[in-house]
Structures are given as C-alpha cells and as structure tokens.
Design a protein. Sequence first.
Length: 259
Amino acid sequence: MQKYVAFDFETTGTEPGSRPVELAMLEFTEDGAITNGFECLIDPQMPIPSDTTQVHGITDEMVRTAETFTAVAHAFLDWIDPQAILIAHYAPFDIQIASWALGYAGLRYPENLIIDTCAMAKRIKATRDNKLETLIDHYQISAPGKPHRAMHDADACRQYFMLARELTTAAPEPWCPTHEFTSWTCSDSMNFPDLIKSGAPFAFTYEDAKGGMTERSIIPYGWAGKLDSPDIMFHGHCLLRGERRTFNTTRILKVLNAA
C-alpha cells in the first residue's frame, strides 16, 4: 500500500535562505489514516523576525533549547520512508527551506516524489485563492492546534489532499529546489555569514541594478544561492525602505558598520 507524508515547515520568513523554526510530518495511507507523526521546534541560530512571529506565534524563547536545523535535517531524512510520496501545500517553498537545511548539514536531497496541494487547488478552481487557510474555510477542515503552526498545517494539507484527489489528478514530481545552501566565505572586511547569523543591523554601500549608489541599513534574516547562478542573495528588513528586501552580495561595495 502506498504511503504518504504530509509535512510543513514554519520559518523565519518566505525568502530564499529563510530558516526553519518548526517542522511537522504526518505519515498516512491511501485511505487517509494517520500511521505516524513527528513534530519539533527548531533553533534557527538567529533571531526570529517579529513580523513572522506575529504569523505563527513562535518566539526566540520557544526555540532557545530546541535542536538546530542541522540535527533536524538528519531527522527529516531518517524519519521519512524512502518509498513514501511527500505532500505539501505550495511545495516549492517547503522544498526550498528543506534544501537549505539539508545542504547546510552536508546532506543530499531525498529521492521521494512530491505532490503540491496548492497546484491541485489551482486546477480545481473552487476558491477565490489557493491559500491553505482559504481551503480550510471552504471545505470546513478541522485540524489540531493553531493555524500557521506546523502540525495544524500538515494535517490540514493531508485532509485537503484526500478531498482534492477526488476532484483532480495529482501527479508526483521530483524534488526540485530553485535555491540551496551555498558555502560562503568572505574576506575579513566583508564577513557576511557572521553578520547575517548574528541578526544584528549593519550598514553597507549598495549598487542597484541601474548603477545607482545608496547606503542601506538592514536587519538580516538569511542568505541562499540560486542553482542557476553564482550569485548569493541575502535578505532582511531594510531600514531605508521600511520593508523586507533582498540584495545581491556582488553589488555590495563596502560594509560601513556593524552593531
């Protein structure tokens, strides 16, 4: 009998290089019966941005004694049956988060196929949008715990998959990340990995795509490399713009100060 694993990560943000702060997995069978479960908080080894805490409710204090994402990356691979089909809502995001953590831990991607329930919702076209919370309301799905926590969302994803598979096809696809962890070393004068990991604000001179020069101050949230490019991108809250922004490290001309 085919096994499935619905899973969900809660994170420090939505950009490439965001760090996991919680993981939940539910193994279930063809008829939807749950056969196993896994749930844990994760220490992202950097401060959790306040705007994401407002979404999922996970604070720095809650993850202070949790395992790091390196330890959880091992658990992620060890727990999942190699023959199981993985299920996630907007799977490209969860693949991206897991790929970064696996790469950071020096581990390979799983060979499991994966189904994206968001793609199923797009084909069904029964709701005004394809967000998981919209589908929960529309189909009156009841899941344990609070919305935007990993176990709640993993179970809601499982339940929606069981409903949606009666309405549309669900062809499994290979694990295919767009971004991954990039081993990143810099000169002492521009040691971005340590600056970003600290979570403390720092300022720099930046050249934008049009050649304009600006001084930026950012509260860093993470970094990642694109698979089809040698460039490394990092992101965080830009104090100049007052919003989350992503920057290309090749356009940073000089680090001005670090808190």
